[in-house]
Design a protein around this ligand. Structure first.
Ligand code: GLA
Length: 384
């Protein structure tokens, strides 16, 4: 996370007098439960110790003045209620403001400087971190009284309406509700959740970033979502209570297989099975059986790769190497897919040899160095 003192000095340098307030919101990991959120299923994310942080102060006008530290201090401004800026990073601000205004909020202009250490393109939700940071900050400085659930929804709808990705709610929810040492077991339909302690003894979370992000990521994401809806539309004709894949059993899906496009069928089957894997992993976690959690994680990767079609050669390679190391309990691609990172649960004594093996062989195969990302499960969005 960017040091508060540095933010303070930079704010003074660009915007002069006046004491800003400071906010931060983290990226996330997800233990298991991928592509289940927009199907009303369960997810198991945790907030991490990598965050976007921001210094912000109202400026008494209707202009939003922004400096992005991560874009070499690029400066950009837009008028509240005016046209959407072209730059994506500014659109996150614009979108959050518009979503809040549509919900009746009165928001004035402000000066803000922001930056962070959530790795971009690694599938750790740097964009949700930014949305959650902006929404948490505006909620506080304008005393808007949105609930945390509403803030998560505002971030999600920013993605839908201003970025063009029809994402689920996992990332924004984790960034806002995360708690140190806990994962969030979230029911994405009701938004009820439990904070589950996650400190497996002698086991580490290892993230290895492929350093690739295939351009298909956001378009194919929307295609997957549409394929799930296609399956639901068929089942609905027979079972009118069904609204989301969450409501469908594998037997019900199977019963109508002939009417569903074969690719859509595979996507739907993955989601239904993934929800079951999450349940099995949670039950195993309760018993402290991380060998079983690991098996479910490997099975998730197979599903994401073969049934859901969102993995890539680089991710598969890093997971395949994991299978050769008996200290790796489980490994899989994490997040939306088409690049980003692998999350692995590894016994402490096996971390180094797995990581070194991946580094060496990945370099040879892809002529690229993977990045190892150290994370700790930390607190969600907050004033700092
Ligand atoms: C992205 C989306 C999330 C979720 C994951 C896949 O991170 O933003 O809503 O769908 O992909 O689980």
């Amino acid at each position: 996370m960017i040091d508060k003192q540095l933010l303070k000095e930079d704010f003074a340098k660009y915007f002069g007098e006046g004491e800003p307030r400071f906010f931060a919101a983290p990226g996330r990991i997800n233990i298991i439960g991928e592509h289940t959120d927009y199907n009303g299923g369960f997810v198991l994310p945790g907030a991490v110790d990598k965050a976007i942080s921001m210094a912000i102060r109202p400026n008494g006008t209707d202009i939003v003045n922004l400096i992005s530290i991560d874009h070499e201090d690029a400066h950009l401004f837009f008028r509240i209620g005016g046209p959407q800026p072209k730059e994506q990073w500014a659109s996150y601000f614009y979108g959050v403001i518009e979503e809040m205004r549509q919900r009746g909020a009165k928001i004035g202009g402000f000066n803000a400087i922001f930056g962070g250490d959530v790795p971009l393109g690694a599938g750790m939700s740097s964009s949700a971190a930014l949305e959650s940071c902006v929404s948490t900050a505006l909620n506080a400085i304008y005393d808007l009284k949105f609930t945390k659930q509403e803030l998560a929804k505002i971030g999600q709808m920013t993605e839908h309406h201003y970025i063009g990705v029809r994402c689920g709610i996992m990332d924004q929810f984790a960034s806002i509700f995360g708690q140190k040492g806990h994962v969030v077991r979230l029911d994405c339909r009701s938004l009820m959740f439990d904070l589950v302690p996650f400190k497996p003894k002698g086991i580490e979370i290892v993230l290895i970033d492929t350093m690739v992000k295939h351009s298909l990521a956001s378009s194919e994401y929307n295609v997957r979502r549409a394929q799930c809806e296609e399956g639901v539309d068929v089942i609905k004709k027979y079972l009118p209570d069904v609204q989301l894949l969450r409501d469908v059993s594998i037997e019900e899906l199977e019963a109508h297989r002939s009417e569903i496009d074969p690719i859509a069928y595979r996507r739907c089957a993955f989601v239904i099975n993934e929800n079951k894997r999450l349940m099995a992993a949670c039950a195993a976690m309760e018993k402290g059986d991380f060998e079983e959690v690991g098996r479910q994680i490997y099975a998730t990767h197979d599903g994401l790769s073969q049934e859901y079609g969102v993995s890539c050669a680089e991710l598969d390679f890093i997971v395949d190497i994991a299978r050769e190391h008996k200290e790796v309990l489980g490994a899989r691609m994490m997040g939306g897919g088409f690049g980003g990172c692998v999350i692995a649960l590894v016994k402490k004594e096996g971390v180094e040899s797995y990581v070194e093996d991946v580094k060496e062989r990945y370099q040879v195969k892809f002529d690229k160095e993977p990045r190892v990302i150290e994370v700790e499960i930390s607190d969600g969005a907050r004033e700092i």
